[in-house]
Design a protein. Structure first.
Length: 277
């Protein structure tokens, strides 16, 4: 082992404002233990645990246990990735609702500093103004409750929701206008690099964490090796570090859903971030 190189890397991680991590839903088929080992082995520093498989909504004992396992391994819980979609206030007719109080309690026992939620189930053109207002009102209520527990609220940055474009995300955040509400960010699929970069520069002051991936022009599910997106991601990382805020840049989706490709992507991400220091 090169002790000097290892020491320099550890010092970099302590000082860096961009933290390399993993989104657990990248490998839904792996166990909690396997996810933790993989993160440790690849030099990542934290895990965003998903609420669908690894830390199910409302399974409070599981949440507490997974948070403890993560920290005992020397990792941090970067976020709780929930699938709350405001169904309880929009009266969505599609199954059981997920009350936000349940999501928040799960995130709290997990030890997550931020809970990720989805801004509805429809894009802005399919949503009524009444629906948008309901989401904004409920988000402010959620943010107040979360703040009392030291937890922030961040929106998934995704199509088929009110954060499906740069403009719609900005409009939603402006309407909510709450200091404890942020957005996650990831490159939109099948759009030009300039559009992605413009949106990032506009939203960066309200961006919580980032999901890191690289897709072919065809979009989902054609994931590529992260190294193939080096030019674009170096632009993104340069913007993300400007305000000095600590953010997690967490790998999500890898080519062929391969663990070996993930290892390669993790090495790429760590090298990129370390090159910024």
């Amino acid at each position: 082992m090169d002790f000097g190189r290892t020491l320099n890397y550890l010092i970099f991680l302590m000082k860096s404002k961009l933290r390399p991590g993993l989104v657990s839903i990248t490998f839904r088929g792996l166990s909690i233990e396997e996810i933790i080992i993989l993160a440790c082995e690849t030099g990542l520093h934290g895990i965003e645990w998903g609420g669908d498989v690894h830390v199910p909504h409302g399974d409070l004992q599981r949440a507490k246990q997974v948070g403890q396992q993560t920290r005992e391994a020397g990792l941090e819980v970067s976020a709780y990735g929930s699938y709350y979609r405001f169904d309880d206030c929009l009266e969505f007719d599609g199954g059981d609702y997920l009350p936000f109080d349940t999501i928040l309690e799960t995130a709290y026992l997990l030890g997550a500093p931020v809970v990720r939620v989805w801004a509805g189930r429809e894009g802005v053109h399919a949503s009524t103004q009444n629906g948008v207002s309901k989401i904004a009102d409920r988000t402010r209520e959620m943010a107040d409750r979360a703040a009392k527990l030291g937890i922030r609220v961040g929106f998934e940055f995704h199509e088929n929701s009110l954060t499906e474009s740069n403009a719609s995300t900005r409009n939603l955040l402006n309407e909510i206008d709450h200091p404890n509400v942020f957005t996650f960010w990831q490159p939109y699929l099948s759009v030009e690099h300039a559009y992605r970069l413009d949106g990032l520069e506009d939203l960066v002051g309200q961006i919580e964490n980032v999901h890191c991936n690289h897709f072919a022009k065809e979009g989902w599910p054609h994931a590529l090796l992260l190294e193939e997106g080096e030019a674009q991601w170096k632009d993104f990382l340069s913007v993300l570090r400007r305000d000095g805020r600590e953010r997690w840049v967490s790998l999500e989706h890898v080519k062929d859903d391969s663990v070996e490709n993930f290892r390669r992507d993790a090495a790429t991400l760590v090298n990129w971030i370390s090159g910024l220091s």
